[in-house]
Design a protein around this ligand. Structure first.
Ligand code: ADP
Ligand code: ZN
Length: 727
């Protein structure tokens, strides 16, 4: 008896709002989550079976096309599909665009090739050459086959030694499908002895892991208090269970060489790593290890949330306050918030660790929604550094210099003592602005409303928004005068220049994302700082990320006011977090640390909080201010960005959206106004800000509102729920 083919829904990884209906032969075994190929127009595309029994039949069955085939891949776990649905509806993003983040793994669909691995035979002869003995006595699980190269690397012998053992019948070849499994981190590898305070926090989190329930916990601890060591104990607890997976989110995976080394010391082997800079081959290997459950600990950037975990037991978000968890293009989501959702769906604990927790998280902890653990002592004899503001109104800078007299003196003294100093300025390049001394013309990007930043390498002016770059002109493009173009303001390169003029013998390292382009290069710089081959580090915010340099005892913040301006409601909070973090790099070992903040407004609440060390009071004031204005987390906020290359189309669409705004007293719509970056990568941009009271169902309201607004041709709208940047 032949059965009618059945109707199923397939979601494609394209910016589409939902799945399409297709027909599937009943003889093909299919489940939701299966990867299939389907025809779309004249193309054959890969997609995922989203629904095996759709309710509504909007398209008549005789209009439907059959699926083209089924891929031989494990289905996406139901928990990931639920998460994708949730993220799409929360961020008001097309469902297919969210799916794309989960499945756009280049070459993941390639069948892993058959490979030959080797394992030791059980009856090895007693007498072996030294090299062969090194291989035979390796401390690895006995029956797991490994590649020739891996054996040689682990035993520190040449591959010839291993090949010789194969020839002599001391190792046997095993054909395997797929990639070599990752070694499993060892929960019982000895860790450091914890202080009573650390122990208490560790025990609390271990109990949460054992309880296996959803519960967020804020692990707050001053810089250097051992937060990492403490949450490692929670990871160890989770590893002790049979199976199950642990996800650790870190702000910038490419920059966490030190973190990986610490993990390896603690657990005897490295975790599985996930970020956008992996080669396609390693991505495929990681993806498969996650989907088949063999990867126990995965450390990654926010995109790791979209991996096909089979059984999450614990999520850790390190430096939970970090702005890098917010994705600012495509699907705009906050990795920390989504991690909490993922943990809730997986019914497991989630640890949010930070020395400077976000206001949102603090308020959740205060309200009792999150558990709250606090570490108030630095490890060992280390103490928090001494904080001083340098009032630049009293200590005037001479033209073209950026370091005040007191800071210069402190740097000189520190150099004399043979200790390391860090100068922090969150500005890449040499100078943020180039202008003509005669006519005042400013060098701007032709594609963006932004100044071009001078970089010394190749004497170039570069746009940090679109990448446009050109040579530095000798002649002013406006008034044709020669040699009148001057650099204004400092970037890290210019501060480095000043330091090398002040201390010609000193060894200087500049740390900025354009100086250091690969994790390997980062490793090199960190190694040379650790080996004390550097006296002065001059860096942007990439140096604030959790580094631990025992000889670093002085931190100078070149411009503590930078970042306080602008219309961003989180500007003060973010500046406080960044400066507190960078200050926390000083004096982390036996030697006490000193921090100087150069500022024109020492009375600003942020500066007062830093100097007094009382972040609590500052955060309370911030919370009050936000409550008054009904800003998050006391109200809801969303941004709508309208962009396009045709100016009239953009303004017309923006006005239409504004005119159709919901008539609800609880909702305030501000704008449209030209965005601060009113022209970006050749597109004009307008913004609207939507403020709503908490009970408003913002996503539903905005979804209906925006779908009623027709867009002009070539105009795009982007919705940013809980915006973190306002450019
Ligand atoms: P945080 O993440 O809170 O800034 P870390 O976990 O980086 O602190 O700890 C700071 C330094 O102190 C690290 O070098 C860490 O290895 C060390 N440390 C912390 N706790 C201990 C401990 N109980 N025993 C030995 N070393 C520790
Ligand atoms: Zn540009």
């Amino acid at each position: 008896m032949s059965l009618e083919p059945r109707r199923i829904q397939v979601l494609l990884p394209l910016p589409l709002s939902g799945p399409f209906d297709y027909l599937a032969d009943r003889s093909t075994p299919l489940t939701a989550g299966d990867f299939v190929t389907v025809p779309l127009g004249s193309r054959i595309l890969q997609g995922v079976v989203w629904n095996m029994s759709p309710g509504k039949n909007e398209v008549a069955a005789d209009k439907l096309k059959p699926i083209a085939g089924k891929l031989d891949l494990p289905p996406l776990p139901a928990s990931l599909m639920t998460f994708i649905d949730w993220v799409a509806s929360y961020t008001l993003s097309p469902l297919g665009a969210v799916l794309k983040m989960a499945v756009s793994v280049p070459r993941v669909f390639d069948r892993a090739k058959k490979k030959t691995f080797y394992r030791l035979v059980s009856d090895l002869p007693d007498k072996l050459t030294e090299g062969r003995r090194a291989v035979a006595t390796l401390d690895v699980p006995k029956d797991i086959p490994m590649a020739l190269k891996t054996w040689a690397e682990l035993a520190a012998v040449g591959e010839g030694v291993v090949r010789g053992m194969v020839k002599a019948g001391q190792m046997i070849a095993v054909e395997v499908m797929g990639d070599e499994p990752y070694p499993e981190p060892d929960a019982n590898h000895p860790g450091p002895e914890l202080s009573p305070e650390q122990q208490k926090a560790a025990r609390h989190m271990q109990e949460m892991v054992l309880a296996h329930n959803f519960k967020p916990v804020l692990l707050e601890g001053i810089t250097g208090s051992g937060k990492t060591e403490v949450y490692f104990e929670a990871i160890a607890e989770a590893l002790k269970a049979e199976g199950g997976q642990i996800l650790v989110l870190v702000p910038e995976i490419a920059l966490t060489a030190q973190w990986l080394a610490r993990f390896e010391t603690r657990f005897g082997s490295a975790p599985v790593v996930w970020h956008s800079e992996l080669t396609p081959a390693s991505r495929r290997r990681s993806w498969w290890a996650v989907v088949n459950g063999s990867a126990r600990v995965i450390v990654g950037a926010r995109s790791a949330l979209f991996l096909p975990f089979q059984d999450l037991k614990l999520i850790v978000v390190d430096e939970e306050h970090s702005g890098t968890f917010k994705q600012e293009d495509g699907v705009m989501y906050h990795g920390r918030d989504m991690a909490v959702v993922r943990a809730m769906q997986a019914n497991c604990p989630v640890i949010l660790a930070s020395a400077t927790p976000s206001l949102e998280t603090i308020l959740n902890a205060e309200a009792g929604k999150y558990d709250w653990l606090y570490l108030g002592e630095r490890h060992g004899t280390a103490e928090l550094p001494d904080m001083t503001a340098i009032d630049l109104r009293n200590h005037k800078l001479s033209t073209g210099t950026w370091l005040s007299e007191p800071l210069r003196e402190a740097l000189a003294k520190n150099l004399e003592c043979g200790e390391q100093s860090l100068l922090y300025l969150n500005r890449r390049g040499y100078a943020p602005l180039t202008l003509c001394r005669t006519c005042g013309h400013r060098m701007e990007c032709p594609h963006c409303s932004a100044w071009l930043v001078e970089h010394r390498k190749g004497e170039r002016l570069t746009c940090h928004h679109c990448g446009f770059s050109c040579g530095k002109p000798n002649v002013c493009p406006e008034c044709d005068n020669k040699d009148t173009m001057v650099a204004c303001g400092p970037g890290v390169e210019r501060v480095a220049e000043e330091v090398s003029e002040l201390f010609p013998e000193a060894r200087i390292a500049v740390m900025a994302s354009d100086e250091i382009s690969s994790p390997a290069q980062m490793r090199q710089v960190i190694d040379s700082i650790e080996r004390h081959e550097v006296d002065f580090i001059i860096g942007t915010q990439i140096v604030t990320k959790g580094y631990h340099f025992p000889m670093l005892t002085l931190v100078g913040v070149v411009d503590a006011d930078l970042g306080l301006g602008g219309g961003d409601p989180r500007a003060a909070e973010r500046t406080w977090q960044q400066l507190e973090q960078v200050a926390g790099r000083a004096g982390r070992a036996e030697r006490p640390g000193q921090v100087f903040f150069q500022t024109y407004s020492p009375g600003h609440p942020v500066m007062r909080a830093l100097i007094s060390g009382d972040g609590q009071e500052f955060l309370e004031q911030e919370a009050q201010a936000r409550e008054l204005q009904k800003l998050p987390p006391f109200g809801k906020l969303a941004a709508i960005i309208i962009s396009g290359s045709d100016y009239n189309g953009v303004t017309k669409t923006a006005r239409r959206i504004s005119a159709l705004a919901p008539k609800d007293k609880r909702i305030t719509v501000l704008g449209p106004v030209p965005a601060p970056m009113s022209y970006l990568r050749g597109k004009h941009r307008f913004r609207l800000l939507v403020k709503a009271e908490k009970p408003v169902k913002l996503q539903k309201t905005m979804g209906q509102w925006l779908s009623s607004c027709a867009l002009e041709r070539g105009v795009y709208i982007q919705v940013d729920i809980d915006p973190y940047s306002f450019f």
